[in-house]
Design a protein around this ligand. Structure first.
Ligand SMILES: Cc1cc2nc3c(=O)[nH]c(=O)nc-3n(C[C@H](O)[C@H](O)[C@H](O)COP(=O)(O)OP(=O)(O)OC[C@H]3O[C@@H](n4cnc5c(N)ncnc54)[C@H](O)[C@@H]3O)c2cc1C
Length: 342
């Protein structure tokens, strides 16, 4: 098939390689210019999953790992502190990973596509991998995003592990994700746009040097709230259709899982069964809607551990089942403590 992929982020670059390998004719359109194409992300994810995804496209994930986490410190309201045992959470060179995949593809940089872009009609299907922008699909009335920005910093001393500050009411969090050699991503997502922790970080680290300041909102609404996934010959994959874990704003692995569902459905038949794709994405990410409801209830001060016990159990059971995919230990008592403290 002749396929256009719009957006050369994590989903677009991976999907392009997999589909090209399967014999499809692929052309990619990316709005950034080649020299300024940079993945806006803190580059943290579970190595357990990324090893497999990397292997699928002929890459050795070990070559990209920057920091292997052992413990994540989480500061909570009222001076409480929790430590998460990390079981595979790493930071990796997401820029290089995507660059290595992009090199094998025919990419048209500096092409900002929209549904009226004429050249897209030359393709059997156009895949919207534009992430948060969802540039080709209709807006969803249930879309919910959280503003965020971050700094790539170097010359940081006194902190060399994953560190987050959870905001009251789960309205966002501050993060520092180490990249090794005194470098890291430091930033925050915050519904209230106060971004507590950022100026405090610079006060504590006066020698920290800013290498980049980047930002964009993160989508928290899960696939169930991001319908439609398709429109005519346009099909959404990745964050554009809500493949982001709502509690954390973590979208690398969910987007790649979504790519694999797309590939599976495409290779089943000579035409793409959009209904089957929608069904499978909704099933795979079904419990993300429960997690999203917990986040929104918490944000509105309405989460009640008795009334919402079923929702909380759904989140716990599903996260526990996918512990390896998250890269940290999931413990019921600790999850309760965290939710209570926030
Ligand atoms: C500050 C921040 C930190 C984050 N940290 C993490 C993290 O540590 N771990 C994690 O798992 N997730 C993190 N996320 C979320 C994660 O980065 C995304 O969910 C994930 O990258 C989504 O992948 P994607 O391929 O769907 O979209 P993206 O990776 O966002 O790629 C979209 C691509 O489409 C291009 N594009 C957009 N519009 C158009 C258009 N109209 N025409 C052509 N091209 C277009 C963009 O330039 C971009 O290259 C973070 C997000 C933010 C904002």
């Amino acid at each position: 098939m002749k396929l256009a992929i719009v957006g050369a982020g994590v989903a677009g670059s991976y999907l392009g390689n997999r589909l090209q390998e399967d014999g499809h004719q692929i052309e990619v359109f990316e709005s950034s210019r080649k020299e300024s194409h940079w993945p806006v992300c803190a580059w943290g994810a579970s190595k357990n999953m990324l090893e497999t995804f990397s292997k699928d496209v002929g890459l050795n994930f070990d070559n990209y790992v920057l920091h292997r986490g052992k413990k994540l410190r989480m500061d909570l309201p009222d001076e409480k502190i929790e430590y998460l045992d990390l079981k595979g959470l790493v930071t990796y060179d997401k820029y290089q990973w995507e660059q290595d995949l992009c090199q094998r593809l025919r990419i048209n940089y500096g092409f900002h596509c929209n549904p009226e872009s004429d050249f897209l009609s030359n393709f059997d299907y156009v895949i919207d991998c534009t992430g948060f922008h969802r540039s080709l699909l209709p807006r969803s009335p249930q879309d919910f995003i959280i503003p965020s920005y971050e700094f790539l910093v170097e010359n940081v001393s006194g902190i060399d592990e994953f560190y987050v500050i959870g905001y009251k009411g789960a309205r966002g969090y501050f993060w520092f994700f180490p990249l090794g050699d005194g470098r890291g991503y430091m930033g925050a997502g915050d519904v209230d746009r106060k971004y507590y922790g950022i100026s405090e970080f610079f006060e504590k680290n006066p020698n920290a040097k800013i290498l980049r300041k980047i930002g964009r909102p993160i989508r928290l609404s899960p696939p169930k709230r991001m319908l439609p996934f398709y429109n005519d010959n346009i099909i959404g994959v990745g964050e554009s259709i809500g493949c982001v874990f709502p509690m954390l704003g973590e979208g690398i692995i969910p987007s790649l899982i979504c790519c694999n569902i797309f590939i599976d459905v495409l290779n089943k038949d000579s035409t793409f069964d959009v209904g089957l794709y929608e069904k499978r994405v909704l099933k795979k990410f079904g419990y993300y809607d429960d997690v999203y409801r917990i986040v929104r209830l918490k944000m509105d001060g309405k989460l009640n551990s008795v009334k919402h016990f079923k929702l909380l159990m759904s989140m716990y059971r599903n996260m526990k089942r996918e512990e390896k995919r998250f890269g940290f230990g999931i413990d019921f008592e600790q999850m309760n403590r965290l939710l209570k403290a926030l």
